[in-house]
Structures are given as C-alpha cells and as structure tokens.
Design a protein around this ligand. Structure first.
Ligand code: SF4
Length: 510
C-alpha cells in the first residue's frame, strides 16, 4: 500500500482531475553505471506523466529483476529496493492507467516469458485495437489464454497483452518487429531481455520518445527533461515507426514502419514538462507563444494577468507580454497537500479548491483580472477559481484558455472526461462563461495553438479539439479503459456456461 508523503500532484480539486497522461517510460544501457539509480531519477523527472504506480526492471546480463508498487516514485523505492536491482540494463515506468484498472497487478514494467529468456516492457500510450490483439493471442495459443506470464495472473493492460505476444520468434528483436505491424494506436516502448535494451515508437509518433547519450551508454526516455536529470546529452528523437536495439555491440536502428507523424498537440499545451523539447521546439516557448496569441485573439481591458498555478504560468506570461497588462501571482498553490492519501473531512471537502489554492487578497482586491488556464475539461476547477477570486475582492474575472474547447475524448493515452462530461460539448463560450461565473471567456483558436508549436499542422494530432482521429478507431464497444476486464468477464461467463453444460446434459439424461 502506498504511503502518503505529501508530494505534489497535478490535481487542483479532489475528484476533479485535469487531463491525465498515460505514463512515462525510461530505458538505459550503461555498463559500469548504477542503472537502477539512473532510472529512478529518470522516473522522478517523469513523475508528472503518471502517479499511480512505478516500477523498474534491471538485468545483469543473466537475470532480470523487477521491483514495482502502487504510488509515486519516491514512495515505491528506497535505497534497499534500488540496491537489489543490479546490472547494466534497466527499464522504468511511471503509470497513469488508460487501459486496465489502477491496481498492483497492472503496474509496469510487465514481465513475460520468451522462448530464449524473459522480456520486461514499459509502455507509454494506449492501443486502440486491443480486441484484435486479444484475438491474435488466442489464435496463437490454440484458443486459450496463456497459462504463464502476467495475463495469466490477472493483468488487464494492453501492455501485458503486448508482452504476451512477444513470446514469439527467434529473438525479441524479430518478435517486436513482427508485432509492430499488428499494433494500432499510441505506443512508446522501452523493453529489454537479459542482455539487450530496445525502444520502439508507433508510426504516428503520438507520444514523445527521445534518445540520449551517457559517457558509458545510452538512455531512452519520454521527455528530454529525463535525459537532463541523469546527465545524458540529447542525441535525437526516436523516429515514428523506428525500433532501436542497444547491446554490447552498440546501437542499431531499423525503420520498421513507414513514418506518418501525428504528434500529440496536447503535449505542448499541458502534458509535457515546460523544460522539455519536442520535435526541436521548447514546450515552454510554445506555451508562452500560445499566451501571446491568446492576447491577440481575445484582448480585454484589465489590470492584472494571473495564471492558474502552475500549468497556466507560461501562457499567462505570454499574454501579459503581448497585451502590456502587468503579470502577477494572484494565487498560491499549496505544493504539499496534493497527494496525502487521507480523505478530506466533509468540512475540508466543502472548501474544495482551497485545499490546493489560496488567493493573495492584497493583489486581487479591486482588480480587473485576466485568469489564464491551459484547458477546460469539465469546468469545475475554473468555476471554483472564479468564485474564490470574486470572494477575494476581484472587480472582474476574465478567463482565457490557451487551448481550444476540448470536445472529444482521447483514445491515444490521455484520460479526459467522457464526451458527455466535457463542458464544451454542447455549450458555446458565452454559456460556458456564465456557467463558470466569469465576466468573459476566450479560447485560443486551433490555428493559433498549432502555429505556437511551430510544427506543420499535418504532423500533429488535434483530435480532442477537432474530432479528426489520425488512427482509425474501432467500434466504441471495444474501446475504453475496461476493455480487457470486459473481455475477461465475457470469457469467464463463456467458460462458466461451458462448465455447466455437462451438468445440464446429465440432468437431461437422468
Ligand atoms: S486526442 Fe488530444 S490528447 Fe489525445 S493524442 Fe490527440 S491531441 Fe493528444
């Protein structure tokens, strides 16, 4: 059971999560280095991408050891856990669940048998053809689920499915290359067998994955910020559709699938760390530019620009720079309340956002405010922020959002609300402003957001704003977080029916 340590989480309201990333992955091949510690710090830098569970697998060339648990990286690992993970290869994972529930058996890296040894796999992203992959696994196993590996022990993630499908072929390299042709959706993998580290990225390159160089080895990580923390220098992005193999002979690259880049635009808006670079563009610079563009598109007479801390900060700086309205800090975020694991009492719960944010009354009172946030999902957070600012004496509250209205769910690894829960689905900006209690509301345009990333529009996924999904989606009944749990229940029901059949037969005979 995870221990509360008061570490920061993204969530401003209990039960009102912002967009949640699916995961952070890390991999290292570095003889002579303490690879488990490098992975620990790499995951520490990627903690914002997943806070439900964390794990590291390490190999000394002979044997793979895995250590994983529910909770934050700092809660899961201590010195003795890390010292048990010896060797020169490691992969690590910080999880937010998008396929399969949030419980221990679904934590990563997943471990699976191979004809020539073992595979440990860490996955960022979400596959959309999980149903087809279940069928492929059943077909390869004579119609049965495997009786070994994590699937047989109740793991219900698309990652466990991929791990089971890698029990195939002469080498893990062959198995991965073959399997990439079957996978649809978003995947950045770091994986290893006893003596080799691999990385692979889907042909759309939806989630980021980068390659770094250590003096004595190589690092692969979800974000450049994770290279920085362990002293690795950035080499390049892992290309969409590429597989990388790193062993004692060095690094080899194969372009397994034709690249069709569709990087997630929401990484620039909110998901990635501001000190990360994606496709050569600083995330912080993108956010500042989004704020500038927002000021050009939605100007307003006001006295002060303030961010919703901390994710709205770069865009608020940009808005202030462009509009000439002074920038100020109007709210303080309590960094040490976030993840206490203690349910708030009813009195505390009613204070809502005050658990996390407190207004600076002397700065706010009597001012016409522009409040900058990165996105609106359900709107509950912004409604509470607006109310809190008015109670603190704000004369006017104008809300400006540095992404367009979120109207569609993400199936590639980001957990928004369902379509029905998205406030922009059915309401226009004026109605939403009324619902939030704001004097006005302005969203950046899709063109403005895309231009701020400095990426070609055709190289970005914007599906949660536009509804144009770059990887075709199957029937809605085989999509969603619980798709594998549902399949398992169906199979159990079928097995149960089958096991009852002879009884009915006997009864009939009798
Ligand atoms: S749907 Fe939105 S969050 Fe999901 S990958 Fe596309 S742009 Fe990113």
């Amino acid at each position: 059971m995870a221990r509360g340590d008061g570490m920061l989480s993204h969530d401003l309201l209990p039960g009102e999560k912002g967009p949640q990333d699916s995961c952070g992955v890390f991999g290292v091949f570095a003889p002579g280095e303490e690879v488990a510690k490098l992975t620990y710090y790499g995951l520490y830098a990627l903690q914002h991408r997943g806070q439900e569970s964390a794990g590291i697998a390490a190999s000394d060339g002979e044997q793979i050891m895995v250590y994983k648990d529910m909770g934050l990286v700092s809660q899961v690992f201590d010195e003795s856990a890390l010292s048990s993970l010896t060797g020169h290869i490691a992969v690590g994972h910080a999880r937010y669940s998008t396929t399969g529930g949030s419980f221990w058996s679904n934590a990563q890296p997943t471990l699976g048998p191979r004809p020539d040894g073992t595979v440990a796999l860490a996955h960022n992203g979400n596959l959309v053809n999980t149903g087809e992959l279940v069928d492929l696994l059943l077909e390869r196993n004579g119609g049965r689920n495997p009786d070994k590996g994590e699937i047989s022990r109740g793991n219900t993630t698309d990652t466990a499915l991929v791990t089971a499908l890698l029990d195939n072929g002469d080498s893990l390299e062959d198995a991965l290359r073959e399997l990439m042709g079957h996978l649809r959706g978003a995947y950045c993998f770091t994986l290893m067998d006893e003596d080799t580290l691999y990385a692979a990225r889907d042909p759309q390159g939806i989630r980021p994955l980068v390659l770094g160089r250590l003096e004595r080895g190589w690092v692969v990580a979800s974000e450049t910020a994770a290279l920085d923390i362990c002293g690795a220098s950035f080499v390049r992005e892992v290309a969409p559709g590429e597989m990388i193999t790193i062993d004692a002979q060095g690094l080899r690259s194969q372009q397994v699938l034709e690249p069709r880049p569709k990087g997630c635009v929401f990484e620039y808006v909110y998901l990635a760390r501001p000190d990360t670079e994606i496709a050569g563009r600083s995330v912080n610079a993108s956010r500042v530019e989004m704020g500038r563009q927002l000021a050009r598109e939605h100007p307003v007479e006001a006295d002060l620009v303030i961010p919703t801390p901390e994710s709205g900060t770069p865009a608020a700086i940009g808005y202030a720079q462009e509009s000439g309205i002074p920038y100020g800090q109007g709210m303080v975020k309590n960094a040490y309340v976030g993840r206490t694991f203690i349910q708030p009492s009813q009195t505390i719960r009613q204070l809502g956002i005050r658990l996390k944010l407190n207004p600076l009354k002397e700065i706010i009172a009597g001012k016409r405010l522009v409040v900058i946030d990165d996105s609106v999902v359900r709107g509950n957070t912004q409604r509470q922020v607006v109310r809190m600012l008015r109670e603190a004496g704000a004369a006017e509250v104008h809300v400006r959002i540095s992404s367009p209205p979120v109207r569609w769910p993400c199936y590639y690894g980001i957990d928004f609300a369902s379509r029905a829960e998205l406030i922009a689905n059915g309401l226009g900006p004026e109605e939403i402003a009324r619902s939030l209690g704001a004097d006005s509301l302005g969203y950046i345009s899709e063109d403005g957001m895309v231009a701020a990333t400095e990426q070609p529009r055709e190289a970005l996924c914007t599906a949660c704003f536009s509804g144009e999904y770059p990887v075709p989606l199957p029937d809605p009944t085989v999509l969603g977080k619980s798709v594998l749990e549902a399949r398992r229940d169906d199979q159990r029901a079928a097995l149960s029916d089958a096991s009852h059949a002879p009884v009915r037969q006997e009864t009939a005979t009798a």
